[in-house]
Design a protein around this ligand. Structure first.
Ligand code: OGA
Ligand code: NI
Length: 364
C-alpha cells in the first residue's frame, strides 16, 4: 500500500467557491508571503528576454538549408537556456485546437453535480480533480482540472472521459493523436540536436509504448489574486509538455533567474517545455524549468497540458553518448513510475525533485 488511496480532506471545487462570489478566499488558498505572486518580474525589460522564444516550424521544411539549420539551432538554444519555447505552424490543425478547447470549456460549464460523477482519487488521478498531492493541511492552488490517459492505448479508457456531447470523446482522441505526431517530430529534433541518432529519445522512452496524458486546467476568477496561485511552482515530471494556453487570458509564468516571465502566447501557438525525464536523459544539457500559474479577478482561464512521457517501467538514465570523463552522469537510474510517486504524494514543489536526485560529483 502506498498511502495514495484517498484524499486527506473533503474535496472542495474551486469553481464552486468562485461562483459563490465572496470577496475573500478561504485560508487554505492563501499562500505564505514568500510564495505569493509579486508584481516583480521581467515585464517591461526589452529585447529577447521578456518572452520565451517563438519557433516557426514551417522553416524546418524550407528548401533553404541555412534557414533549416538556423531553426534547429534556435530550438537547441531554447532547450538549453530556457527549457521553454512556443511553436507556430506546428502542423496541428487550428480547427481541432479550437474544437477541443471549446469541448473542455463546455465541460467546465456543466453543473457541478454532473462533473462530480467523474471525481478522481489519488490512486490514478484520472478524472475531475481539485488538488495535487495528498499532504493533509497543505495550502491549495486556485484551480480544478481533468486528467486522462491517451497512451499507451491499453490505458486509454474512454469510459472515464467526459461524454456530455456525442462528439466529445472523439474530439479528445483526435486532439491526442495530432499532438502525439507533433511530439514525435520534436523528439527527433531534440535527438539530432543533442548529437544522438534520430530515434534515440523515442527509444529511450520505450518506443511503441510511450505514455501520453492530458490535464485540462481550469482557473476560475479569483477575488484575491495577489494572495493565491493557480498552480504552484513546479517542473513537469514527464518527458515534454505541449501546452495549449488560453488564447486571451495570460497566466503562465516561467522562471528566469530570480524572477518570473509571463508568457505571451502567439496566435494558435503551442507552448513546448522540457520535462524532468528529458533533462535526465540529456544529462542536464536540456533544462526542465520551473513554472507556475497566476490568477486574476476578471476572467477564468482554461489550458490543456499534454504530457508526453516515457513508458512507466523503463529505466531512465543519462544517455551514454552524453556521459564522459569531463561530464559524469548527473542522475541515478530510475523508472518514470518510481519518479512520479513523489509528485503524486507531495504535489507541485518547485524543482526540488529532480535536483534532490543529483548524484554527488567526486572531484577525482
Ligand atoms: C501544467 C502547467 C500551465 C498552464 O499543467 O503542468 O504547468 O498554463 N500548466 O496551465
Ligand atoms: Ni507544468
Amino acid at each position: 500500500m502506498n498511502g495514495l488511496q484517498s484524499w486527506p480532506e473533503p474535496i472542495v471545487r474551486v469553481q464552486s467557491l468562485a461562483e459563490r462570489g465572496g470577496k475573500f478566499i478561504p485560508p487554505r488558498y492563501v499562500k505564505p508571503l514568500c510564495d505569493r505572486p509579486s508584481k516583480l518580474n521581467f515585464e517591461g525589460s526589452d529585447g529577447d528576454n521578456n518572452n520565451i522564444p517563438i519557433i516557426d516550424m514551417q522553416n524546418l521544411n524550407s528548401k533553404n538549408p541555412t534557414l533549416r539549420e538556423e531553426t534547429l539551432a534556435l530550438i537547441s538554444r531554447a532547450c538549453r537556456e530556457w527549457g521553454f519555447f512556443q511553436v507556430i505552424n506546428h502542423g496541428v490543425s487550428t480547427e481541432i485546437m479550437a474544437r477541443t478547447r471549446e469541448a473542455w470549456r463546455a465541460f467546465f460549464r456543466l453543473p457541478v453535480e454532473m462533473k462530480q460523477q467523474y471525481s478522481n482519487s489519488p490512486t490514478t488521478y484520472e478524472g475531475y480533480g481539485s488538488r495535487l498531492g495528498v499532504e493533509k493541511g497543505a495550502k491549495l492552488d486556485w484551480s480544478d482540472y481533468f486528467f486522462l490517459h491517451l497512451l499507451p492505448t491499453s490505458l486509454r479508457d474512454q469510459n472515464k472521459w467526459p461524454h456530455f456531447a456525442t462528439s466529445c470523446r472523439e474530439t479528445i482522441g483526435q486532439y491526442g493523436d495530432e499532438v502525439t505526431k507533433l511530439c514525435e517530430i520534436l523528439m527527433k529534433i531534440f535527438s539530432v540536436n543533442l548529437g544522438l541518432k534520430e530515434d534515440a529519445l523515442e527509444e529511450a522512452f520505450g518506443g511503441e509504448e510511450v505514455g501520453a496524458c492530458l490535464r485540462v486546467n481550469y482557473y476560475p476568477k479569483c477575488p484575491q489574486p495577489d494572495l493565491a496561485l493557480g498552480l504552484s511552482p513546479h517542473s513537469d515530471p514527464g518527458g515534454m509538455t505541449i501546452l495549449l494556453p488560453d488564447h486571451d487570458v495570460p497566466g503562465l509564468q516561467v522562471r528566469r533567474g530570480d524572477g518570473w516571465i509571463t508568457v505571451k502566447p502567439a496566435p494558435n501557438a503551442f507552448i513546448v517545455n522540457i520535462g524532468d525525464q528529458i533533462q535526465v536523459i540529456s544529462n542536464a544539457n536540456y533544462k526542465s524549468v520551473e513554472h507556475r500559474v497566476i490568477v486574476n479577478s476578471e476572467k477564468e482561464r482554461v489550458s490543456l497540458a499534454f504530457f508526453y512521457n516515457p513508458k512507466g517501467d523503463i529505466v531512465i538514465k543519462p544517455s551514454d553518448e552524453l556521459v564522459g570523463e569531463d561530464r559524469p552522469p548527473l542522475y541515478p537510474n530510475m523508472t518514470f513510475n518510481e519518479y512520479r510517486v513523489y509528485i503524486r504524494t507531495r504535489g507541485p514543489c518547485g524543482k526540488s525533485q529532480v535536483e534532490s536526485l543529483k548524484l554527488p560529483i567526486c572531484p577525482s
